[in-house]
Design a protein around this ligand. Sequence first.
Ligand code: B16
Ligand code: MG
Length: 219
Amino acid sequence: MIKGFIFDLDGVITDTAEQHYVAWKRLSDENGWEFDREVNDKLRGISRLDSIKVILDHNGLTMDEETMANLAAKKNEKYVESLDDITPDDFLPGTKELLTHLRTEGFHVALGSASKNASKVLQQLNALGYFDIIGDGNSVTESKPDPAIFLYGAEKLGLQPEECIVFEDAESGVDAAKAGGFHSVGIGPKERVGHADLRFDTMEDATLFEIKSYFKDLF
Ligand code: B16
Ligand code: MG
């Protein structure tokens, strides 16, 4: 029986990938590293520290943990500055409607994001009221594809993984949902999230009607 939903943030609730891109690009330019949108797409859903490791690896560079942490902190300063520009108009199309529908029908809802800035983003969107629990990069130490963040959300909601559907736009996020025993909905192309139980191209397609029709034996 489905009683709860756990949503990833970037790529599901709103699209902060562009702000992440601009901040990493500025840091890369300052340091003479090569960084483009293709590399940025590999950072989808992975933690800040894992992201800098991907960028350094792409440039054939290695650094000690402290230097990497300092550089990642610099990127974060740039990223956080840009979050002030997010407004309640920046929900991905369809997302607000789904969250409202879930509230009306009395489902439990949690956030399960890798971002340490998730609360700030939800605040800017005026979206905090849609969530019973905020699970973010500060809640657990293990990153996706480890299921820790989703297990945290389910536990705080008082639910078992099999009672929850996870929404994810990242390959590692769908891997994490599956590893934790959750039902999964992938948002994005088949090549990225085709391994989810159910996949939609966009959040606009992901209506509660469609979800209930697919998981009909679980509602
Ligand atoms: P921060 P999600 C992820 O968000 C982003 O997709 C990823 O690009 C970012 O590195 C990660 O959050 C950490 O974000 O630097 O703000 O802690 O998709 O898990 O909501
Ligand atoms: Mg995401």
